[in-house]
Design a protein. Structure first.
Length: 484
């Protein structure tokens, strides 16, 4: 699964090496990961696994062990256990899916889990509710360091203690209520894509502050959280990385290497379904042949999302390099200096901001759709094809599948391929934001650094003009495809 940047980097070249020290011992090397389940709800004898594919589920083929007094050691010949998330299955005492769940899932006595992010640590790993929040942020695309910062910032907003050593502080008694409520929520969410659900949850803790800090939240309150997460992940099966080739000493190859087993191409949709499933759509939203030379939108059959296609017409608001200022009416109005540099100025129209562009596409019912919107950070990151090899005229490898997205922007001076998303960054840098500004997260999609995440400060109209702009970005809208 592609949610994890850190897991992605490791998965491209992960393997144990045969002994080549010149001796006669040719045995396969083994690797071990040790630690302790420090969750206060744990009994100490739970099953712990190395989650090799990063889906927060202990699969039948994944290395596992039974903890003893909370202590565990997982041993395997697969070196990737060092970088894999660690999952512990917990029995919260609820023998069926909670009554406040909105979905119907078969009863199970082991109905919850907690996760620790992969850290390349052979010892000292802890698993608890706090490490679960960090692992979920990593699953959403953040580096481990940035994931810790993001969780720390949110815990402080909740009024809970938090330091940069979060991964070793989860047993703090001040987290007892938070852990209990997190486990109640995890026990009830749809387990089809638990990694995706917890990514959403970990990014929005402040929205559920009163519920998470309540000693006895009502079933109605818990249902509110569970419904939010289930609805957000409903019918969404994330894409894979798109990497379908294998690293070998002689270069990339379509055949798996015995010297470097366990590479990304062996897992998920990359191994079974080519990673992505796109369909070209005409101006009315009807499917076209795969070899069609003109199309207006692209449907992702796996996520059921529809993406707009860009135009190579500088006079059109849909031009692939058109720049816009960010706007969220009533909450964030654009900075005057950013408006001055928006693409509307040279084009001579009044489509200068993200909201104005959304209104434009909806008014024109592009592909028959009138509910176009900005994508979330995760939705756009999920679109990156790390297996794409086609390059643009400047030699930059494309980040989105070129056959379906031939026009990809390089206009932003932040990073090539960045576009506006609806996701606000929530990091410790927010504490230092200028009054009237906020931090937002962007992902680079062009060149060898595609997948790199940047956090930048953008200004609103509350910031006094000083003749310097903050940021303008290109845009690519998304929709679920309902027609009105």
């Amino acid at each position: 699964m592609k949610h994890q940047l850190t897991m992605l980097a490791a998965a491209l070249l992960v393997a144990g090496c045969n002994n080549s020290g010149g001796g006669s011992d040719s045995s396969t090397p083994t690797y071990s990961v040790s630690g302790k389940v420090t969750a206060q709800a744990a009994k100490g004898n739970e099953t712990v696994c190395a989650d090799l594919n990063g889906d927060f589920i202990c699969g039948s083929g994944e290395p596992s062990t039974a903890a003893s007094n909370g202590q565990f050691t997982i041993t395997s010949t697969d070196k990737s256990i060092l970088s894999a998330p660690l999952v512990v299955n917990l029995d919260t005492g609820v023998t069926s899916k909670s009554s406040y769940s909105s979905t119907n899932v078969k009863s199970t006595s082991t109905n919850a889990f907690l996760v620790a992010p992969g850290q390349q640590k052979t010892t000292g790993n802890e698993i608890n509710a706090i490490t679960t929040l960090v692992a979920s942020q990593v699953a959403g695309g953040l580096s481990l360091d940035n994931a810790i910062k993001a969780v720390k910032a949110q815990l402080l907003v909740l009024g809970l203690p938090a330091t940069d050593n979060l991964l070793s502080e989860g047993s703090n008694n001040e987290y007892m209520t938070l852990e209990s409520n997190i486990l109640s929520i995890i026990s009830a969410v749809d387990k089809t894509t638990p990694d995706y659900s917890l990514t959403i949850f970990s990014q929005n803790l402040q929205d559920y502050k009163d519920i998470l800090l309540s000693d006895a939240p009502s079933e109605e309150d818990l249902q509110h959280v569970v419904d939010d997460l289930d609805n957000s992940s409903e019918a969404v099966v994330p894409n894979d990385t798109g990497v379908t080739t294998y690293f070998t000493d002689g270069g990339d190859n379509t055949v798996a290497s015995l010297d470097y087993p366990g590479q990304d191409a062996d897992f998920g949709f990359d191994a079974t379904d080519n990673g992505f499933k796109f369909v070209k759509l005409d101006a009315n939203g009807q499917a076209l042949a795969a070899d069609a030379t003109e199309w207006s939108c692209v449907k992702d059959e796996r996520t059921e999302l529809i993406w707009e296609s860009k135009k190579n017409d500088a006079s059109s608001p849909q031009h692939f390099d058109r720049l816009f200022a960010y706007q969220l009416t009533g909450k964030f109005e654009p900075y005057i200096e950013d408006l001055k540099l928006a693409g509307c100025q040279s084009a001579g129209d009044k489509i200068c901001t993200t909201e104005q562009y959304v209104e434009y596409l909806n008014a024109n019912k592009v592909c028959g759709i009138s509910d176009w919107r900005l994508p979330t950070f995760n939705e756009y990151y999920d679109l990156i094809d790390f297996g794409e090899t086609e390059k643009d005229v400047d030699g930059l490898v494309y980040g989105l599948t070129h056959a379906f997205f031939p026009l990809q922007s390089k206009a932003s001076y932040l990073e090539a391929g960045t576009v506006w998303t609806s996701t606000k960054s929530f990091t410790d840098y927010s504490d230092y934001a200028m009054s009237g500004a906020e931090y937002r997260t962007f992902v680079q999609t062009l060149g060898s650094s595609r997948g790199t995440v940047s956090t930048v400060e953008i200004y609103s109209d509350k910031v006094a003009s000083d003749n310097y702009d903050s940021y303008q970005m290109p845009i690519r809208l998304v929709a679920k495809g309902s027609k009105k």
